[in-house]
Design a protein. Structure first.
Length: 344
């Protein structure tokens, strides 16, 4: 029965004429032939199924493919939204950079960061190689480049702000260090004597430039540091200054206090603005007790009258400028002359 079913299903029965019996005898199929027929049919069905699926997949999406396409569209939409946000962030960062260069760094007298540093790109190997070969590769790579560039620019801006913070701290220290008060108490300005410029030297009696400002005061009057700094010199000078103190304020500023009677500080000592550092005297090339005061910037003497801004109002500044502008006079000379006249 089983053989009969196989014969019917997998091959057409064949017959052979028998001359002896004058009849057709049925040819029995071999096992090998049956197996061959089965494999042929299976292979044909496989090819047919494959071709059908190929044709269907070309014109119709499977549920999985539809889901993946929807997901890709959603991701593409999100990347486009990210690009729009990146554009807003780039505009905001550009505004911050402009304020950094044109406002903050101007205030702190610092050079703006060059664009070659702010907009520095990436070199070397292609770090986006793994993103190539996809449908949205161009969009993904471009977005990744923008994110990387923005991240680097934010990092550079962060370092710039760190530098500005340090500049602000130095600026605070600098403001405390710059000479900004008169070296002796002179609220009514009556102690103001000869100022910056040419005058008659009290000893040599010749016209000579006076690189400082003199203040009249009795011996022992307190002398104050005009800014924070470190005592560079506190000794007797051979150059005519007598007992002299020099303070290094940093940032290129130094102040000199000459003709002192005594010191209250030592070399290397830190001092604060307003601190008493010595006392008025008559040492060195001096004919009467007074304080000779100088301000030096980057090694060059400058007019001290421009460094009393913590002490003087505009009207007081004008007054002290007028008093000290008698370039042809000298406090030492006239004091000495007046003293001799009184003694006579």
């Amino acid at each position: 029965m089983r053989k009969l079913i196989l014969s019917v299903r997998f091959y057409k029965p064949k017959y052979k004429f028998n001359p002896e019996s004058l009849s057709y005898d049925r040819i029995k199929a071999s096992f090998r032939r049956i197996i061959t027929n089965i494999l042929t049919i299976v292979f044909a069905l496989f090819i047919l199924t494959f071709i059908s699926n190929l044709l269907l997949s070309r014109f119709y999406d499977t549920p999985k493919e539809k889901g993946l396409k929807r997901e890709n569209e959603y991701l593409k939409f999100n990347i486009e939204m990210i690009n729009k946000q990146l554009t807003l962030m780039e505009k905001a960062l550009t505004d911050i950079q402009k304020r950094d260069s044109n406002l903050y760094r101007v205030i702190f007298e610092a050079e703006p960061l060059p664009s070659s540093i702010r907009n520095a790109g990436y070199g070397g190997i292609n770090k986006y190689r793994n993103m190539e070969g996809y449908e949205s590769s161009d969009l993904i790579i471009e977005t990744s480049k923008r994110v990387d560039k923005l991240a680097r620019m934010v990092y550079i801006q962060s370092k710039s702000y760190d530098e500005l913070i340090e500049l602000a701290r130095n600026k605070e220290q600098m403001y405390a260090s710059i000479p900004a008060i008169q070296p002796i108490s002179n609220k009514d300005l009556k102690h103001t004597a000869s100022g910056w410029g040419y005058r008659i030297h009290p000893i040599y009696k010749i016209r000579k430039f006076h690189y400082g400002m003199d203040f009249t005061a009795s011996t022992g009057t307190e002398v104050h540091a005009t800014g924070d700094g470190t005592v560079k010199t506190a000794s007797s000078s051979l150059s005519g200054y007598g007992n002299c103190i020099i303070i290094d304020h940093g940032f290129g500023y130094e102040t000199l206090y000459a003709h002192l009677s005594a010191y209250k500080v030592r070399e290397g000592q830190k001092v604060k603005r307003g601190q008493v550092i010595g006392f008025v005297g008559n040492s060195g090339l001096s004919t009467a007790p007074h304080l000779h005061y100088e301000v030096h910037v980057n090694g060059q003497p400058v007019n001290p009258i421009n460094y009393y801004f913590n002490d003087l109002t505009p009207s007081e500044f004008a007054k002290i400028s007028e008093i000290s502008s008698h370039y042809g006079q000298t406090f030492d000379y006239y004091y000495f002359t007046l003293k001799n006249f009184i003694n006579k």
